[in-house]
Write a protein that binds this ligand. Structure first.
Ligand code: NDP
Ligand SMILES: O=C(O)C1=N[C@H](C(=O)O)C[C@H](O)C1
Length: 233
């Protein structure tokens, strides 16, 4: 399949390696300011920057090119993208994290939250660690984890920082050179702590998941998630 890479930075380049090893062709590599003809591609994969993701995604939808987006930090416009996709009968997947491991971790996180929901002696807190070049905080993955907890407990929101509160889940965002992405959720009481943690060792898992999603979406119409792609129940 012919792939457009919208964003040819760390992730775009990692995706190119995996896509070509699976027999695909990269026909567009777009960075800031490049003008492109998206209709040359069978599918587009957007790993760009928070301020450009929505424009990239809507251009694909308008031109009827299925689009996969992993860019984080633009979600205030997610509903607009979903509505446009429905109106134009396009095909679109956003995931805060495309790795199989993190998608399993998302489900584990929801199950644990359900089990902990009535145990009021435990305080919930989270941490995400990423490389120093990351533009957004907290990470998209941390936000998805927090949403999974909010769905299954009495917590109402998340908040950047470390302050424990009745309603908010505190998320501490740390920036350390070269860290691909580490996410931890803690439930702590006076007597013990339960910890679940996912550590990415490199970017290969994110890139492979995005290519698998691109292969999967060809010929489909609608708005999907990685849960649909991976058939996780
Ligand atoms: N969902 C997931 O699984 C994952 C998501 N991410 C997310 O993906 C995004 C990219 O990460 P990463 O590759 O590390 O970041 P990089 O900064 O390495 O790459 C971003 C690229 O986007 C380019 N860019 C800027 N403006 C545009 C535009 N208008 N259209 C297309 N490209 C543009 C930049 O080009 P230039 O240098 O010219 O400005 C740069 O090459 C981030 O939001 C990150 O959080 C990262 C890993 C996994
Ligand atoms: O910017 C990154 O690098 C990553 N961003 C995603 C996020 O914000 O969750 C996914 C992964 O953790 C790497």
């Amino acid at each position: 399949m012919k792939i457009a890479l919208l964003g040819y930075g760390r992730m775009g380049q990692e995706i190119e390696k995996i896509a070509t090893s699976r027999g695909h062709e990269i026909v567009i590599r777009k960075d800031a300011g490049d003008s492109i003809d998206i209709t040359k591609a069978d599918v587009a994969i957007d790993f760009s920057i928070p301020t450009s993701a929505f424009e990239n995604i809507s251009n694909c939808i308008e031109k009827n090119v299925p689009v996969i987006s992993g860019t984080t930090g633009w979600l205030e416009k997610y509903t607009e993208a979903v509505n446009l996709c429905k109106e134009k009968k396009g095909a679109f997947i956003y995931a805060s994290n495309f790795s199989v491991g993190v998608n399993i971790f998302f489900e584990l996180n929801k199950q644990l939250a359900k089990m902990m929901s009535n145990l009021k002696d435990y305080n919930i807190s989270m941490e995400e660690i990423h490389h120093t070049k990351k533009l957004d905080a907290p990470s998209g993955t941390a936000i998805t984890l927090a949403e999974g907890i909010i769905e299954n407990t009495s917590k109402e929101n998340w908040k950047l920082g470390t302050e424990i509160s009745e309603t908010n889940i505190p998320i501490e965002a740390k920036r350390i050179p070269d860290v691909p992405g580490t996410h931890t959720v803690w439930y702590s009481s006076e007597v013990d702590t339960i910890e679940i943690k996912h550590t990415a060792h490199n970017r290969k898992g994110f890139a492979l998941g995005a290519v698998i999603a691109a292969e999967w979406i060809i010929g489909k119409t609608g708005v999907f998630t990685m849960k649909d792609v991976l058939n996780i129940s």
